[in-house]
Design a binder for this molecule. Structure first.
Ligand code: GDP
Length: 456
């Protein structure tokens, strides 16, 4: 038998309101025990989904004036009876409301337990439950949009389509095996192999798109590369619009790698400000240089800064060598001064026309932002929807399904067999089902939901 759980569903800290959620077969009796309505009778299922004003009372103590919102099973988030109390959003207030609920017979919910119950009761599939977590954790607009689309069932729809194709293929092979003269499946083995390959190609496209989506969700690792004093810290500050990095006029003083989150349009970059990459005898600086090289290695986007105050030097060549083969934007900084370097000269050195900017006056920064978006979109590989399978568990299931289909292609090359259907294709079918949680063990479900936070 399931028990009744309770938790604070809103964030810690002071806020206008905060919510304590109670779910389970005893939700109404727990709620009635602690809630004293301002008017009318006690909370009842007949009046589900109607907000009631009243007080939370714990014995003789008045705890808070709240709005009670009851839901009768199965029409609730968890699919069970649920009562939500919206109280005033103070940590102590919410803690006392929760204590009162626990005192009246509820148990403190585990992290993710509400969503787990929603999944178990068929209110949402696993991809949707995970989308809830991604929606809450979204750090930029692109990630939020992807999570919202998954919550709306986009992933489920696509997986259902692909599974239907696998099942259809299996049925056709079965028919052909039952009746070798079956004209329905002419060209049998080749056609089966071809169809398996097509479904696999679709899975691989989703995987590639998912890898891009994961980067979008977590932030694109990017680094600013340039010799000391080219204006790397200044550019970072100008883009951030704040004085985060220390700007100095002495060469080689930005010694640590700083990482800043930079929002650009609907995505964000994790931008590393590297120390001047320079061959040096100075021990302290050398560490910075090595870190900077490593940062450049780990970055998916490099912003290369040429310095208009100085001629192009051997050092610029060395840095350009690191940059040129990777996704990058070539920038000529300090265009506000009558410089030592023209864009044409940079072009002749690199084969690319630099984008002129001034970290000092802000000139060219809007253009830089729009170039950043262009380069990031160019790295996305396959064209795709606005949602992604970013989650590693979902990606593993896609990979397993692709693997089984590859086996199917190989088996099909040897003719239509029972094994092709029952092993390869059914494995692919089951792997796809895992995305939605259909063939997921209890232990795995528990592990997944344990990653949720309290009250979800
Ligand atoms: P970093 O060593 O590459 O990080 O360079 P900094 O950002 O510390 O800048 C070095 C010097 O160049 C500082 O004195 C900055 O004020 C100056 N500087 C940076 N960007 C510009 C710019 O666009 N125009 C001008 N005139 N000076 C700049």
């Amino acid at each position: 038998m399931t028990d009744t759980i309770a938790a604070v569903a809103t964030g810690l800290g002071q806020a206008g309101i905060g919510i304590v959620r109670i779910s389970g077969p005893a939700a109404f009796s727990v709620a009635r025990a602690i809630f004293s309505p301002a008017t009318g009778g006690p909370l009842s299922k007949e009046e589900a989904r109607r907000a009631r004003l009243g007080w939370i009372i714990d014995g003789e103590r008045r705890i808070d004036q709240v709005l009670a919102l009851p839901f009768a099973a199965p029409a609730s988030y968890t699919g069970e009876d649920v009562v939500e109390f919206s109280g005033h959003g103070g940590p102590l207030v919410l803690d006392e409301i929760l204590r009162a609920a626990l005192g009246a017979g509820a148990r403190l919910a585990e992290p993710g337990e509400f969503s787990r119950r929603a999944f178990v009761n068929g209110k949402m599939d696993l991809a949707q439950a995970e989308a809830v977590m991604e929606l809450i954790g979204a750090r930029n607009e692109a990630a939020r949009r992807s999570a919202a689309l998954q919550l709306a069932g986009a992933a489920a729809g696509r997986v259902a389509d692909l599974r239907a194709r696998v099942l259809d293929l299996t049925a056709q092979i079965e028919a052909a095996l039952d009746d070798p003269d079956n004209l329905e499946f002419e060209g049998g083995p080749e056609r089966a192999g071809r169809e398996a390959a097509q479904i696999r190609a679709e899975l691989e496209r989703l995987l590639e798109h998912g890898a891009y989506g994961r980067k979008i969700a977590e932030g694109i690792p990017a680094a600013i590369i340039g010799k000391p004093n080219a204006g790397k810290s200044s550019l970072l500050n100008a883009l951030l619009g704040e004085d985060r990095a220390i700007v100095t006029a002495v060469a080689g003083t930005t010694r640590d790698v700083l990482t800043e989150t930079l929002r650009v349009g609907d995505i964000h970059l994790n931008l590393m400000d590297t120390a001047g990459i320079r061959e040096t005898e100075d021990e302290v600086e050398k560490i910075g240089v090595e870190r900077a090289r490593a940062a450049a290695q780990g970055a998916s986007l490099l912003l290369f800064l040429a310095d208009n105050a100085l001629p192009w030097e051997a050092e610029d060549d060395a840095l350009w060598e690191i940059t040129r083969e990777r996704p990058h934007i070539l920038i000529l900084n300090k265009t506000d001064i009558a410089g030592a370097l023209t864009p044409e000269e940079v072009l002749s050195r690199t084969g690319e026309m630099p984008l002129p900017v001034s970290a000092k006056t802000g000139e060219g920064l809007d253009e830089l932002r729009s170039r950043i978006l262009d380069v990031v979109r160019d790295t996305r590989g396959a064209e795709g929807e606005e949602w992604f399978f970013t989650n590693l568990r979902q990606q593993q299931a896609l990979r397993d399904a692709a693997e089984s289909l590859k086996m199917a292609e190989e088996t099909a090359a040897g003719g239509l067999t029972e094994e092709l259907m029952t092993t390869d294709l059914m494995d692919a079918y089951e792997s796809l089902g895992r995305i939605l949680g259909e063939s997921v063990s209890d232990d795995l479900a528990e592990e997944i939901f344990a990653k949720f936070c309290m009250g979800k």
